[in-house]
Ligand binder design. Structure first.
Ligand code: FMN
Length: 226
């Protein structure tokens, strides 16, 4: 309709487009939250408990949030590296973690969607912040922006954590891991496929296992010798 033309309402075309894409983003976020809070239908989410024979005296929790499963694989790889004769590791979906009492250190990981941590991951950190302030805590995120690993992309990806850190200033993470993830268009709705294709997000599994394992190994002293 002619009356809706941006110029006629004193708005430049560029601002109109920015506003429109903001509105689309906001409604996509709402859609994402409402329809996929439990994950993409048909996706399997990995959980495990690792205990090696030995004098186990510590337990680490790796809690993660995911929609299409790739973050679970990263959480498992982190857990495998941290599991030793002295240290047991539970890898759990965040929605299944009720109590942090059994753990001496916690790692929280989230997939990134629309520039944000998944809501249950952000809420988990906020809800448990009094405990996490006292425990060695680390964060990781799995996202596609870092598929091209450059300093500006890392800075951009790190900013995804800003809202979480702003809400929980007392938590000083012992480490922050940023890892490329995976995109399988067959698991996505037409809407999300269209958004990702428009952004030029490639399809494939870009998880970098050596990088994940190196990060977890480097984290061990900070988590366990604290
Ligand atoms: C709808 C949608 C939005 C996404 N938004 C972003 C984003 O803003 N930034 C980014 O780096 N990656 C983004 N990604 C890529 C995901 O973070 C990546 O595919 C990740 O591996 C998904 O984790 P999951 O398989 O555990 O759900 C998005 C993916 C989807 C499907």
């Amino acid at each position: 309709m002619k009356n809706d033309e941006p110029q006629k309402r004193g708005m430049s075309r560029r601002n109109f487009l920015l506003l429109s894409s903001g509105a689309v983003g906001a409604s996509l976020l709402g859609f994402d939250r409402a329809t996929t809070a439990l994950g993409q239908p048909g996706t399997e989410f990995s959980e495990s408990s690792c205990r090696k024979d030995g004098k186990m005296n510590r337990k680490i929790l790796v809690a993660y949030a995911s929609r299409c499963g790739s973050t679970g694989g990263v959480a498992e790889a982190v857990g495998q590296i941290l599991c030793t004769a002295e240290t047991a590791v539970d890898v759990r979906l965040i929605k299944n973690v009720k109590d942090l009492a059994p753990y001496q250190a916690v790692i929280v990981g989230s997939a990134i969607r629309m520039g944000k941590w998944l809501p249950e991951a952000a809420e988990f950190v906020k809800k448990h912040q009094e405990t996490l302030v006292r425990l060695p805590t680390a964060y990781f995120m799995v996202c596609m922006i870092i598929q091209e690993d450059t300093a500006p992309k890392r800075t951009e990806a790190l900013a995804y954590l800003d809202p979480v850190r702003k809400e929980t200033p007392g938590i000083q993470p012992a480490g922050i891991g940023i890892f490329p993830g995976a995109v399988d268009y067959s698991k996505l709705s037409f809407l999300f496929k269209t958004v990702l294709k428009a952004k030029g997000t490639p399809e494939g599994d870009f998880r970098n296992w050596p990088a994940v394992k190196a990060w977890a190994a480097g984290l061990r002293p900070a988590l366990l010798d604290a």
